[in-house]
Design a protein around this ligand. Structure first.
Ligand code: MN
Length: 235
C-alpha cells in the first residue's frame, strides 16, 4: 500500500511501545503469550509442568496499554486476574531458528501484565473452546517501556515480583522459567515467520489472583522499568 491509499474509515492507530532513551517507539504487529512457563504456576493451575512443551495464545496488538494507566474493570467477568511477565520484543526476521539465532533476534525487554478474565478462561478450558474472550480483551496487555538488550543484557535471570496495594502476591526469578527466552523464540519460530513488531509475553510465576476496582498493581523485574496499573470502576 502506498502513502496515498485511502480508507473508508480512518486507519486504526498503530499500536506501539515507548523505548527508554529514545524518542522513537517500537511499532507492534502481534502479541504472542506463553502458557504455563513456570513450574509452580503450572501446578497451581492444575497441570504437570514436566510433561508439557510450550504452548501459545495471542492477544490483539490493540490490547496494549502503557504502564501508569488506569483501566476500567472489564465487562463480563467477576474474576479479573493479574499475571506478571517478562516481555520480549523481536528485532530481526526469524523462521525455524536455533536457540542461538533466536537469542540474537531478541531486541529488547519490558515488564508486562497478562490481564486475564479467569472465569471466562476457565469456562473455555472446561468446554474445549478458545481462550480469546478470557485473554484478548481491551487493555489486557499492560507493558512498561522497552529497554534494548544492548543496555540490559539477556534477562535470563533476576527477580520478578508483583504487589497489589503494597502486598507481595507474586515473587519468582526469571531463571525459574521452564523454557528460556531463546528456547521460546526458537520454538515459536517453528510455527510463525517472526520479526520486528512481534512481542512475546513469556509466562507468569505462581501467585496469580484477582483484583477489584481501586486496586493498584506494581510489578518489578530486576533491571527493567517498574510497571504500575490501577483498576478503575467498570464502565
Ligand atoms: Mn500469562
Amino acid at each position: 500500500m502506498s502513502s496515498t491509499t485511502s480508507y473508508i474509515f480512518p486507519a486504526p492507530e498503530q499500536p506501539s511501545v515507548p523505548v527508554r532513551g529514545s524518542s522513537a517507539r517500537y511499532a507492534v504487529a502481534r502479541i504472542f503469550c506463553v502458557g504455563r512457563n513456570y513450574a509452580a504456576h503450572a501446578r497451581e493451575m492444575g497441570s504437570d509442568p514436566d510433561r508439557e512443551p510450550p504452548f501459545y495464545f495471542g492477544k490483539p496488538a490493540n490490547a496494549l496499554v502503557e504502564s501508569g494507566a488506569t483501566i476500567p474493570y472489564p465487562p463480563m467477568t467477576q474474576n479479573l486476574h493479574y499475571e506478571m511477565e517478562l516481555v520480549l520484543a523481536l528485532g530481526a526476521p526469524l523462521f525455524r531458528a536455533t536457540a542461538e539465532e533466536a537469542a540474537a533476534a531478541i531486541w529488547g525487554y519490558a515488564a508486562g501484565l497478562d490481564m486475564t478474565r479467569r472465569d471466562l478462561q476457565n469456562a473455555a478450558k472446561a468446554t474445549g473452546r478458545p481462550w480469546d474472550t478470557g485473554k484478548g480483551f481491551e487493555n489486557s496487555a499492560v507493558i512498561s517501556d522497552l529497554i534494548p538488550a544492548t543496555q540490559c543484557g539477556a534477562m535470563d535471570k533476576g527477580s520478578i515480583t508483583l504487589e497489589v496495594n503494597g502486598v507481595v502476591k507474586q515473587r519468582g526469578d526469571l531463571s525459574d522459567m521452564i523454557w528460556s527466552n531463546a528456547e521460546i523464540v526458537a520454538n515459536l519460530s517453528q510455527f510463525y515467520r517472526l520479526g520486528p513488531g512481534d512481542l512475546i509475553y513469556t509466562g507468569t510465576p505462581e501467585g496469580v489472583g484477582p483484583v477489584v476496582p481501586g486496586d493498584e498493581i506494581t510489578g518489578q523485574i530486576e533491571g527493567l522499568t517498574n510497571l504500575t496499573l490501577t483498576i478503575g470502576q467498570p464502565q
